[in-house]
Design a binder for this molecule. Sequence first.
Ligand code: UT7
Length: 324
Amino acid sequence: MMKRALLTGVGGYLPERVVSNAELSASLDTSDEWIRERTGIAQRHVAGAHETAAFMATAAARAALRMAGAAAGDVDAIILATSTPDQAFPATALRVQAMLGVTRGFGFDLSAACCGFIYALSVADGMIRVGQAEGVLVIGSEVYSRILDWQDRGTCVLFGDGAGAVFLQAAGPAVEPAARGVLSTHLHAQGTLGDILYVDGAVGQRDRPGTLVMNGREVFRHAVTRLAEAVDEALVANGLQRRDVDWLVPHQANLRIIDAMGRKLGLPAERVVVTVDRHANTSAASVPLALAEAVADGRIRRGDLVLMEALGGGLTWGSALVRM
Ligand code: UT7
């Protein structure tokens, strides 16, 4: 009988430095009004030199383990979603493993851009279901401030840095829909759309570390369509109705996309977790950071049905349905 992955802890980390729209508009041809109206973003956190993907991931992971009442010895695997790793290798996940004092098991990084956390959660869930691991840290950690072209107003105002983590633990076999844990994940990708959102370089390309390039309008168009499909797919697969969903925890790219998904589910605004106003788009960290905030402030409680969705460069997109 397959095991169920329970989400027993969640935590986040945001860099100390906050950069407002006003601060950006002092050196860039943009305005607080434009950024707020088109995206809902008012500010973002920007990492200092010491706040690397590994540093922030470790802080978020510690918070998740603390909430779960778990210790380093309970961690079998660390799956870290990032597009901005500290180094090409070792995997940032293994830097985190070392900093946490985990001395066994395994870990690796996963690259799926803004959908990275959903992908990592899906891989972890599969490993727990088949008995390959019992305790898995799933982390999204990003320092997009290091890959942004700070002269490009079309992209640099949209992103922020941060990390979010969840701890998944194996529970006994449970097949009834009301049971807690990860109920389903659905992953999608379309590589032919790789050129509408990408980084034009990498450590594998000599002298080209790369900066982020995006055709915002095209990504927006695909996001609204694909995410709406993903929401339906998750509900149909679980035999659930829209009204069964207690919380939408969406990827935080643009408030207009988030609102569209909330309306699609017929959820009142207060049932949709929004952090984009304060965090901007933290890519793979955005969903676990939003989840961490809503759990910490008592909105999301044990037994609640939470639908997460994200879309990012690749294109990659998908959903995760979790009963807390
Ligand atoms: O996380 C991965 C997924 N990413 C997303 O989902 C992002 C999806 N896309 C978006 O959120 C939106 O497309 C953006 C927020 C990126 C852009 O909003 P938009 O309403 O699609 O604006 P636009 O790109 O069509 O640009 C409208 C105008 C342009 O000027 P013209 O050509 O109409 O004169 C831009 O040059 O706004 C201008 N513009 C700006 N103006 C002031 C673009 N960026 C800025 C800026 N400040 N920062």
